[in-house]
Design a protein around this ligand. Structure first.
Ligand code: GMT
Length: 385
């Protein structure tokens, strides 16, 4: 198949999922065309089946806001036509689904039928999408898609609850590449960070309010009172300065390191004992899955799709949003040397259920279903492997 993938090219979960899916599809022999405004962060590998098309955003003094959606729609028309794509798969509804809809309508006037699949990732529904400034367009473009998927059952439910959806939404969970995310021998790194064999706790996120990074610091402060421990904070975002200020206020800066945006987060996870994800909302929690694949148990909230990933009492624990006391107690339970090896083993076993080799075929099956429903079986069967 010739597949066009639209996503945010940044470190965010939706961009990571889109890029890793594209890479896996290319390895499986499909031709994959990424269409976005800059090279996706995880598109760090060469494969003859992978292509990248950059959206050219022209500004003009009249524009206070350059119209990215129009530039994207025009690029989609161009790439679908000249690369003869079979299907477009857009990740994150805003504005990708509506740009794809516009491209589809333009192509229709030229006799070209392009099916569109929209994958919902979370904040495009739960935070930004349901805001009145976007809701009518999000509703329309989900309903106008030829196929829709959501990364968890909870997100599917939320989407039906917040929008008037007439389309079927299929749940296809996020996945992990276990060849990349696995415990590696990085003992020198552990010794450098934890010279006295302290427990190592990690949090990675985009430091937005919804991630509640301040809760991570509060939990760590409590843990540190009980056992020797260090905290690594990976990522960057709007809350970073507030978090640094909080660490200073608590006087615990010497045990906390801010590592910024890291390419090889798996190296840090390889030496971690615990991952903390105290999010207010999380449709899936890809960062937690990455930790679990590196044998790191997870303390998370029970928000959104997290209970679909983190199994209470097995791979970690689930607590109510903001319940610092409970999360501290549960963290200490996991970090107890009698319990830690079992939690680590369970975390890895659970991560294996989300192996990309199990999940990628679900997307291929969705593509096949949509191509069949839109009457493109002939093109599809000619081009499928
Ligand atoms: O977490 C973010 O703010 C980034 C966001 C994104 O779209 O990149 O993540 C969402 O999509 C990820 C991949 O599907 C999910 O694992 C995250 O749970 C989800 N974030 C939220 O729902 C807050």
């Amino acid at each position: 198949m010739k597949i066009g993938i639209v996503c945010y090219p940044t470190f965010g979960g939706s961009g990571v999922v889109a890029t890793e899916l594209g890479k896996a599809l290319a390895k499986a022999g499909h031709q994959v065309h990424f269409i976005t405004y800059s090279q996706p962060t995880r598109l760090d590998f060469f494969n003859a089946n992978l292509y990248y098309h950059e959206v050219d955003i022209r500004s003009y003094p009249l524009f206070q806001y350059p119209p990215y959606e129009l530039a994207l729609a025009s690029k989609l028309v161009d790439v679908v036509k000249y690369e003869k794509l079979d299907i477009l798969h857009v990740h994150y509804a805003i504005p990708h689904a509506s740009s794809a809809y516009m491209a589809k309508q333009i192509l229709k006037t030229e006799g070209i039928e392009i099916p569109v699949i929209t994958t919902l990732h979370g904040t495009d529904i739960t935070l930004v999408g349901k805001d009145a400034s976007y809701a009518p367009v999000v509703t329309f473009s989900i309903n106008a898609s030829d196929g829709v998927s959501a990364v968890s059952e909870d997100l599917r439910k939320d989407t039906y609850q917040h929008f008037k959806i007439t389309n079927d939404i299929e749940v296809i969970p996020n996945f992990i590449d276990l060849d990349r995310f696995k415990k590696q021998k990085k003992e020198h790194f552990k010794t450098a960070i934890c010279p006295n064999d302290e427990r190592l706790i990690v949090h990675t996120s985009n430091f937005r309010k919804v991630k509640r990074v301040d809760d991570v610091v509060r939990i760590f402060k409590n843990i540190r009172k009980e056992i020797p421990a260090k905290l690594l904070l990976v990522g960057d975002g709007p809350e970073r300065n507030n978090i640094e200020a909080l660490c200073r206020k608590f006087g615990i800066c010497e045990d906390i390191r801010f590592l910024g945006k890291l390419e090889a987060v798996e190296e840090v996870l390889s030496v971690a004992d615990l991952f903390i994800m105290p999010s207010e909302k999380e449709s899936f929690g890809l960062a937690a899955l990455e930790a679990m694949a590196c044998e790191v148990p997870v303390i998370s909230t029970n928000a959104g799709g997290l209970p679909e990933l983190n199994i209470h009492g097995k791979t970690g624990y689930l607590s109510k949003v903001g319940d610092i006391k409970d999360m501290t107690e549960k963290a200490l339970d996991i970090l107890d040397e009698k319990n830690l090896p079992t939690f680590k083993k369970n975390a890895l076993a659970r991560a294996k259920e989300f192996d990309i080799t199990n999940i990628m075929p679900l997307y291929v099956a969705l593509y096949e279903k949509v191509l069949t429903n839109t009457g493109k079986t002939e093109t599809f069967s000619n081009k499928v492997l």
